[in-house]
Write a protein that binds this ligand. Structure first.
Ligand SMILES: [Zn+2]
Length: 286
């Protein structure tokens, strides 16, 4: 049964930096390994005061943090772990101010940690492709201008194409415009041929039938929200969650950083059935 990973459990599992580095060594290299230098079956032991392990035979060092966002960071590993814990257990994401308060670090440091974790969540979330019944829709996010519908070319908002498999994963792409030539290749690259696709009546989606999909659409302009199996409620639910969270926790998300926020929300959405595994999966995926 998926159960939540509580804060008490977190601190029991990771009471200090050593327990975190140990865990990282375990998940990245396992219990036993052959030394990459001398080839002997390894006995590795932790070096005191250094985040590294040493081969008992040839003194070769293994650095479990190499290649992770923690490498070259002066922030203690336990704070990184705790920040990752907050990201995987919060529904709306974690603003830098909140990280600053919870971790007791500077705002600048908190901001950097947050962005590293978002970037990383986006990378971990392997976009393996969608099939079955998929809803597609674009959204316009960020910026300060208030608009409804599809914005004009002077808008500060960033266009994003979203695709969600019903009862499955979501994928997003930042788009320069919503033309057919932009949207269709993104869809054919991500959704298997033969799948059913639901969208609204926007003209850029009209060609989907030709590309081997069973395409149906609802006419939002006519206030038609459902037609048979077709509706876009799932993807719209995802958009409103993101918009609400960004409004509530981040003052302003620029085009430059939006991709990282999207990665974070995709990760949480795609792991929603296993909230207790979110943190562990994030750690084992370096
Ligand atoms: Zn060795």
């Amino acid at each position: 049964m998926a159960k939540n990973f509580t804060i008490t459990e977190f601190f029991k599992r990771f009471p200090d930096d050593d327990s975190c580095i140990n865990h990282l060594m375990q998940v990245r290299y396992g219990d036993s390994l052959d030394c990459p230098k001398c080839g002997k079956h390894g006995k590795f032991s932790k070096i005191k005061k250094v985040p590294a392990y040493q081969c008992a035979w040839c003194s070769h060092h293994i650095h479990p943090m190499a290649g992770t966002p923690f490498e070259r960071s002066r922030t203690p590993l336990q704070k990184w772990f705790y920040a990752m814990y907050l990201f995987t257990t919060s529904r709306h994401g974690v603003p830098a101010k909140e990280l600053q308060r919870q971790l007791g670090v500077t705002y600048k440091c908190a901001w950097r940690i947050g962005h590293e974790i978002r970037k990383y969540m986006g990378n971990v979330d392997g976009d393996s492709g969608l099939s079955g019944h998929v809803e597609v829709d674009e959204a316009y996010i960020g910026g300060k201008d208030k608009i409804t519908g599809r914005p004009g070319k002077n808008s500060k908002k960033t266009g994003v194409l979203g695709m969600v498999q019903r009862n499955g994963n979501v994928m997003t792409h930042i788009i320069p415009n919503a033309k057919t030539a932009t949207l269709i290749p993104l869809i054919t690259n991500s959704v298997s041929k033969g799948s059913t696709i639901s969208s609204d009546e926007y003209y850029s989606y009209k060609g989907l039938q030709k590309h081997g999909y069973k395409h149906g659409y609802v006419k939002h302009s006519m206030e038609q929200w459902v037609k048979g199996v077709h509706h876009t409620n799932t993807i719209e639910g995802f958009w409103s969650q993101i918009k609400r969270s960004i409004r509530g926790t981040h003052v302003h998300v620029s085009r430059k950083h939006l991709g990282k926020y999207l990665g974070e929300f995709e990760y949480r959405y795609n792991m929603r059935a296993n909230p207790s595994l979110m943190f562990d999966r994030l750690l084992v995926s370096f």
